[in-house]
Structure formats: C-alpha cells, structure tokens
Design a protein around this ligand. Structure first.
Ligand SMILES: Nc1ncnc2c1ncn2[C@@H]1O[C@H](COP(=O)(O)OP(=O)(O)OP(=O)(O)O)[C@@H](O)[C@H]1O
Length: 446
C-alpha cells in the first residue's frame, strides 16, 4: 500500500473515531456528574463573558482599529464558544489513557494491514451478577483486527497493558472488541472451599457450579451442556472436580448417578455408597448391562416425549405431573472402560458394545436427560472415539502436556496456560481459566 493511500485511510479512520468520541461524549455528559459539572461551569463562564463583554472594556478608545477589532472579536466569539464546546464534548468522550493504550498496542504489533491500531472508544467498570468480581471493560473499534488475532496476542496485550484478560468478546457485529480485564495484581485464589449456598439457583434449571474465573462463577447448565469431558495430568485435581459435579447432582432431586470404577470403588467411600441415588459399577459385565438398560430407557423416553409433545426433559418436567429422573453416568478414567489393550476377543467385543452405547448417549442423551461425565488423564488419542468425543461439547482440561491438552481441547492451550504445579486450575474449551471449588468427600456431604 503506498503512502498516499495509507494517509487517506488514516484520515478516514481518524474522522470516524472523532465522530464516535463526539457521540460518546454527548452520552457521557448526561450520565457522568463530573463531566456535567464541567459543562455547566463552561456555559456559565461563556454567559458571564457575553454579559460583561471584556473586549468592550479593553478597547474603549475612539480609534477606528479598536472598533474593527471589537467587531471582529464579537463575531468570532460564537465560534470560539462552539469550538470550546466541541473540544469539551470530545474530552468527555475520550477514555483516559486512550493514547498510551493505543501506543502500547502499536508496540506489540496489534495492527491491521494498513498499520492502524484498534481505537479505544470506552472504558467502563462492570460487576458480575453475583458481585464476586469487578471488571474493567476496554472497548475498542477493532479497525479490522479480528478476534482471533486478539486471542493470539492475549499474553502480549496483558504484559503491555499490565492487566489480566478474563474474556475477549465481539459486539456490533465484528466491529468492536471488548476486553474484560482485571489488574495484573489480581489472581485467582489457589483454594476455594465449596459452600452449599452456591447451589441456590441450581434447581430446577439443573445448574452445576464448578468454580470461579476472573469473570465470576463458572457454571454448567445440564439442559444446555449435557455431557462433559474432563482431562488433566495426575494430581491436577480432576477427580475432585468430577466428584464436585457428582456431589451437586446428588444434592438435587431426581438425578440418578452411576459411577464406573474398576479399581474396586476405592475412590468413592461410604458417603457415595450410602446415597440412595448413587450406584457404583465395578466390572465390565455390570457396566454393559447398565448401559444396555440406559439406552433402552433413552428409546422409551423418545416415545414418551413424542406422545405428550414435549421438546425435551426440561419441558416435560416443567409441565407433566410426575417428573422424569435425570441419569448421569460418570467415569474417572475413561481408559479403564474403553482401552482394549491386552483383552481377549470376547472382552474386546464387550468394550466395543460399551463404546457403542456411550456414543448413542453422547449423540442423543441431551433431550432425554441422560448425561455423560467422562474424565481421563491418559494422553492417548485412540482411547476415546471421535463419535463420542465430537458429541461432547463441553471440555475442561487441567494441568496437562501438549498431547493431553490437544486430545481434550483440540489445542495445546492447557499446557501453556495452566502452570505445571497448579491444582484445581482448569481451562474450558472457550478459553476460560477457573479455579475449581475444593471439597472433601470423606466428610459428611449429604
Ligand atoms: N479444587 C482444588 N483446589 C485446590 N487443591 C485441589 C483442588 N482439587 C484438587 N486439589 C489438590 O490436588 C490433589 C490431587 O487432586 P485429584 O486427586 O483430584 O487429582 P487427579 O487429577 O484426579 O489425580 P489422580 O488421577 O492422580 O488421582 C488433591 O489431593 C488436592 O490436594
């Protein structure tokens, strides 16, 4: 692009930017007390000047030049007043530190093809719904820099602006980018003990509360997100997170939980075993019978919902007198039930059938209230078939290497973003880092 074209583009962008600042300034003046006071002060000064007319006092002689100067000044006065007003409105619409923020973005090369940096148009503070956190939202005119580039340069932006970016969102089509930020000094806590009060909005929506990100609580609505794939290296905290989700399911009415644990169920002690809605499966034959039973239920539910013309279990339970139970099947190491290495031909056939049933549930379970919570620490892409994995929309990965992160999230982000010694720290598929609530399942839970 030649210089003339670049200059024209820059001028056009600047014109658009000034217009936007002007519009924002008009809004800000009516909403912000401080700016409104400055405007009132300015108008009072103008009024005072137009009454006192100091130029008349200054030029009191009969000289013809004095008379001309006086007339010229009187004529210019309205223009000066309007000029001043325009500057004041632009000042009101210009976010503080806009220039230095843009310079910093320029330094790290966040520019479009014409070399222009995105333009900061607004800075506002936002509180999350539950008042857990306070965010500063920086809103930019994207100037053709797509969201993916902002995401790629996230770490650079954080360093350049000395902030943590909790989220990057688009608005106004793709024309604006909003950075949800907190100061770089704010960190997620290393330990967040679970409180039963967090469950207050859970029923009947079937919401699970997993932990907290810099944006506030991270929740999971089973009506929208039916299945979860959870990964993380050994000691990353995935068993605690899986149990946290199951414990919340068991605290809600009408959720039946079944856990497959071929290690003899040692990880699930008496609080789990004694719960009337929780069942442990310890071997392959029982698991297969259970999954056959669940897939049969799925077909029955199809008929029932069809007959009463209900969209899904949520719709059914809200309108029909007797609600249907939700069914959650969980496994802490999916390789335990799906790995075929070293098995006999007959056992391999059983595993294939288990895989087949899981894939049916993953595909069709949502509407009928049948859910999968699968967890793994094995960095082996062959364990979980594409059929199952592709139908699990919600993926969470804790501390992991490149391979495991790629298996769970389809990218290596968990290995970059979750520190190697982090416990209970997870990354979701949409890029949210959160600290999971910690709880002790050896104590009384229910
Ligand atoms: N949410 C959390 N907050 C703080 N610490 C946690 C959290 N979850 C787990 N931890 C710590 O990490 C340790 C390991 O957790 P957990 O057993 O869940 O890991 P894991 O990923 O399942 O590992 P493994 O598969 O080897 O059992 C726990 O004993 C606990 O000390």
């Amino acid at each position: 692009m030649d210089n003339r074209k670049r200059n024209l583009l820059e001028q056009e962008t600047q014109r658009r930017y000034l217009l936007l600042l002007f519009q924002t300034g008009l809004k800000e003046i009516w909403t912000d007390q401080y700016r409104l006071k400055v405007l009132v002060l300015y108008l009072l000064t103008v009024l005072l000047f137009s009454i006192i007319r100091p130029w008349d006092l200054a030029y009191s002689g009969p000289d013809i030049f004095d008379a001309v100067s006086r007339i010229a000044f009187s004529l210019c006065f309205p223009f000066l007043v309007f000029g001043g007003l325009a500057v004041l409105i632009l000042w009101a619409g210009t976010p503080s530190k806009a220039k230095s923020i843009q310079n910093n973005l320029q330094r790290i090369g966040l520019v479009n093809h014409a070399g222009e940096t995105p333009l900061l148009v607004a800075v506002r503070t936002e509180e999350s719904d539950d008042m857990h956190s306070r965010m500063t939202v920086l809103e930019f005119l994207a100037c053709g820099v797509p969201k993916s580039v902002w995401e790629d340069k996230r770490a650079d932006i954080e360093t350049a602006l000395n902030i943590h970016i909790a989220d990057i969102r688009e608005s106004d089509g793709k024309r604006r980018i909003q950075l949800y930020t907190v100061p770089a000094t704010d960190e997620l806590p290393k330990l967040l003990p679970w409180k039963d009060a967090y469950l207050r909005d859970a029923f009947p929506a079937c919401k699970l509360v997993l932990g907290e990100s810099l944006l506030g609580p991270v929740t999971l609505d089973l009506n929208l997100i039916p299945h979860v794939l959870l990964g993380g290296g050994t000691g990353s905290g995935k068993s605690v997170l899986l149990k946290l989700m199951l414990m919340q399911c068991l605290k809600q009415p009408n959720i039946q939980v079944t856990i497959a644990d071929f290690k003899g169920g040692v990880d699930f002690g008496s609080p789990w075993r004694k719960h009337p809605n929780c069942k442990l499966i310890l071997d392959r034959e029982t698991l297969l019978c259970y999954l056959d039973d669940v897939t049969e239920k799925l077909e029955q539910r199809k008929d029932i919902l069809g007959k009463v013309e209900r969209r899904d279990i949520y719709d059914y339970n809200r309108h029909e007198p007797i609600p249907m139970d939700r069914i959650v099947f969980a496994v802490d190491e999916v390789a335990e039930i799906l790995d075929k290495t070293g098995l006999t031909k007959e056992e391999k056939e059983q595993v294939a059938r288990i895989e087949n049933r899981l894939s049916t549930i993953a595909r069709q379970g949502r509407a009928f209230g049948i859910h999968l919570f699968l967890s793994t620490q094995r960095p082996d892409a062959n364990i979980l078939s594409g059929q199952i994995k592709n139908n699990i929309g919600y993926r969470i990965c804790g501390r992991a290497d490149h391979v495991l992160s790629s298996i769970i999230l389809d990218n290596t982000d968990a290995s970059d973003k979750i520190l190697h010694d982090a416990q209970g720290r997870f990354l979701t598929g949409d890029g949210t880092v959160f600290q999971a609530y910690w709880f002790d399942d050896t104590k009384k839970m229910f």
